[in-house]
Design a protein around this ligand. Structure first.
Ligand SMILES: [Ca+2]
Ligand SMILES: [Ca+2]
Ligand SMILES: [Ca+2]
Ligand SMILES: [Ca+2]
Length: 249
């Protein structure tokens, strides 16, 4: 009799409780468009509150529109839940944990790993592929790691008659401050990618210290090189390695 009771207890009470408990992760109890599991394990939102940051928009709606469900009027790119320097948007792209600054537990933060092109999901020092995309139509340069866009900068490429040649290349040399004999000017943060003649560099400087204006960025005015602004040129120079792929389209 006692044995039958326990069988009864298991089949009709404990088993359904167990099944119910397992199933809740796939449910969306607050009806905000995210499953309980996504809220608990991926986005760190309140699975019992459809609007975690109280801004009037559902958590799922915010994620779908690239807004942060944690902060009012901030996009996922503008918010950094764990404060490691890597935005929630990039954490989602790389598959790292939004709420843990060191997802793979190797002592290096997700931000540091991505900035130095290491895989933030693997505790071994594995490098991810870098790529630079130069869009001559949009006049932009995009730095990609593992095919994920890290940053987009405005550039100035070759003007009519001197167009930067489309194609696939790679960085073949880096010089912190190169001198152009042809044009008699300095090209800070020089990285050549078409032979030694064409490269990416900061806005040129004339002898005497006069620098080409920032307002040229976004307009093709160069003789074929790719000009970057103050700040972005240094960032890219430090980020890219010799051998980094460069695609001009
Ligand atoms: Ca939900
Ligand atoms: Ca909200
Ligand atoms: Ca972060
Ligand atoms: Ca790490």
């Amino acid at each position: 009799m006692k044995k039958n009771f326990f069988i009864f207890l298991f089949i009709f009470i404990l088993l359904p409780i167990q099944v119910w408990a397992e199933d809740t992760s796939g449910l969306d109890v607050d009806h905000d468009g995210l499953t309980n599991s996504e809220e608990i394990n991926k986005y760190y939102t309140d699975y019992l509150n459809s609007d975690t940051d109280g801004d009037g928009y559902f958590d799922g709606e915010e994620i779908a529109k690239h807004f942060s469900p944690h902060a009012k009027a901030k996009t996922l790119s503008q918010y950094d839940l764990d404060g490691d320097g890597l935005s929630d948007w990039l954490e989602i792209q790389f598959g790292t944990n939004l709420n843990n600054y060191d997802t793979d537990g190797d002592g290096f933060s997700d931000y540091n790993e991505v900035l130095n092109s290491y895989d933030p999901l693997n505790s071994k020092p594995i490098k991810l592929p870098q790529e630079i995309i130069i869009d001559t139509t949009k006049q932009t340069l995009t730095a990609k790691l593992n095919n994920i866009s890290l940053v987009i900068f405005p550039v100035s490429t070759g003007k009519a008659g001197y167009e930067t040649t489309r194609g696939e290349y790679e960085i073949n040399n880096k010089i912190p401050r190169a001198w152009s004999k042809t044009y008699g000017l300095w090209m800070p943060y020089w990285m050549s990618f078409i032979g030694s003649q064409y490269g990416i560099h900061e806005l040129p400087e004339w002898p005497g210290g006069i620098k080409e204006g920032q307002n040229h960025l976004g307009t093709p005015v160069s003789h074929g090189c790719v000009r970057l602004g103050i700040g972005p040129a240094e960032w890219l120079y430090n980020w890219a390695n010799i051998g980094t792929k460069v695609k001009v389209k």
